[in-house]
Structure formats: C-alpha cells, structure tokens
Design a protein. Structure first.
Length: 301
C-alpha cells in the first residue's frame, strides 16, 4: 500500500444521510456498539465540514480523554530517549495538552503562528493527490477519533494520536514544516500516478518512518515511529539503510506491521539537502529516470 491517507475503515453514507464507518472484524472496537456509534458520529462531523469554516468540535468522553492521557505520558518519555532533537524542539514549541485530547481547531490555532500550518478534518479515505497536495498550502488532513480504550498502545489505523502527537509536533518545527510543504508542492507538480507514488514513498520513508543520526546515535523523526509505543522501542533493530531516493521511491512497504526497512539521514542538513531538494525540483521526467536507473541497478545485481 502506498497511501498515508489510506485508512482501513471505509466510510459509507446511506441514502438517508446516515454515516457508517466500516470496521474490520479484527478491529479492537468491532464488537463495541458504543465505540462504533462514536466513530460514525465523529466521521459525520468531518463530512459536514466546509473549507474555511471552524473545525467541528468532538465531545470526547472521559474514557477517550484518558486514552490520550496515558498514551501522551508514555510517548513523551520515549520521545526524550529516542526522538531527534529537531522534533523535540517542535514538541516544546507546540506544548500540546497532556490532560485531554485537543480539538483539531485548537491544534491549528497553536500551529499557525509557528509555521503557518492548520488542520483539516478527515472522515476516512482522502485521495492521495489531495492528501499530499494541500501540504503545499500548509494544511494537513487528520482524523479526529481515538483508538479503542481496550488497547491504548495499539491502533490498526491512523488516529488522533498519530495525526497530532506524531505529525503536529513535527509541523511545529520550521525545518520539518518546510519539508512537508515541499512534499505537497511535489505531489501537485507531478502528473502521472507513478510519479505521485514515488513522491509518496519518499514521504513514507522520511516524514513517516525517518531516522537520522545525532552524535553517532540513530534517532527517529518520522511520525509513524514516534506515535507508536511499540515501534519506537524497536526501530533501532531494523534494517537501516543510507538515505537513497531511488531505493526509497521504489521500495514497497506494509502499513499493517512494524517497518523492517528504514532509511537514515546523516543529519538534519543531510535530510534537507537530499529529500528537500528532490521534492523542490522533481517532475515526471526526473522520477521516470530514477525508476529506470533503479531497475537497471537491480537487474545487474
């Protein structure tokens, strides 16, 4: 799968206007009627949102707030040990609440004075080009629901923990925010689906699951690692390869399990020079040549 915005709970709207989030039988909340009703209601709020309007508030329950409190506390401790310093600076600048789930409108109000980013509510699937494209405008699509309370340290899909604790802290950094914008501009610039997929894979292996070296130690900056209680403990034991655009852009991945192949930038400057420059200048022809070069290299090995 190649879509950061490909959520695993499709949203269906009935002829009567009802909204139903279709959870898989393996989902922790599948048999919980109250949770499913909450998911439907939260998805309906997002679907009703019109660009430019304030983001609808979700009346989170005490149980939902408690999930945030527990996860935010535990992840903060792990961030201090494993996160890249630039990400930690973003955490300090943003100062997200730890005693409750913040509303997306609130997160945007905190982010905008820092880096100009704001959030957009997502009920479910966001088309790939739309999801990435609006990054160029300083907008980030986000879900508003939170994972099931029975497994606070696990989610089979991106929830508000991932979207906010993972991404918003990065978006509070001027340097990371610029990379997000460059990725969005690249997604708009390329025309073919193949080139868009390549751009999205580079995003996956950097802004979602990126690692960089600091003082000889691998530290995570990708939101996918930093929002996963389990993965953040395991990433240093994965196969960590040098930063390579062609390999990143042509490597498949499975979003349903820990990522066993990661890519390391040698510094924040290195990440900006290699990945930022690529997103800033790439087009369909550039990507096509990189894919062809990658295929040639693989066939000669």
């Amino acid at each position: 799968m190649f879509e950061e915005a490909q959520y695993f709970a499709p949203v269906a709207t009935g002829e009567d206007g009802s909204v139903v989030v279709q959870l898989a039988t393996s989902h922790p909340g599948f048999a919980d009627t109250a949770y499913r009703e909450r998911r439907n209601a939260i998805a309906a709020l997002a679907l009703k949102h019109k660009p430019g309007d304030p983001i609808p508030e979700v009346a989170y329950t005490e149980e939902e707030h408690q999930v945030w409190v527990v996860v935010a506390r535990e992840l903060a401790a792990k961030h201090r040990e494993y996160a890249a310093s630039e990400y930690l600076r973003g955490c300090e600048r943003l100062a997200l609440p730890t005693d409750r789930i913040p509303q997306l409108q609130e997160v945007g109000d905190l982010l905008e004075p820092l880096t100009g980013f704001r959030y957009l509510p997502a009920a479910g699937l966001v088309p790939l080009r739309d999801f990435y494209g609006v990054l160029a405008d300083g907008l980030f699509h986000s879900t508003q629901y939170i994972r099931h309370h029975s497994v606070p340290f696990y989610t089979p899909e991106p929830d508000v923990v991932h979207e906010v604790l993972g991404h918003a802290n990065a978006l509070a950094s001027d340097r990371f925010a610029r990379l997000y914008r460059l990725a969005g501009a690249a997604a708009r610039r390329v025309e073919t689906d193949e080139a868009l997929e390549f751009v999205s894979k580079v995003f996956w292996f950097t802004m979602e699951f990126g690692v960089l070296a600091e003082d000889g130690v691998d530290r995570a900056y990708g939101a996918g690692i930093l929002s996963s209680y389990g993965e953040i403990e395991e990433f240093r034991g994965m196969d960590i390869l040098p930063l390579d655009l062609t390999v990143m852009g042509t490597t498949g991945y499975d979003i349903t399990k820990y990522q066993d192949v990661l890519f390391r930038a040698e510094s924040m400057d290195h990440l900006e020079d290699v990945v930022g420059s690529f997103w800033d200048t790439c087009d369909d022809d550039v990507v096509a040549r990189m894919v062809a070069d990658g295929a040639t290299t693989k066939s000669s090995v």
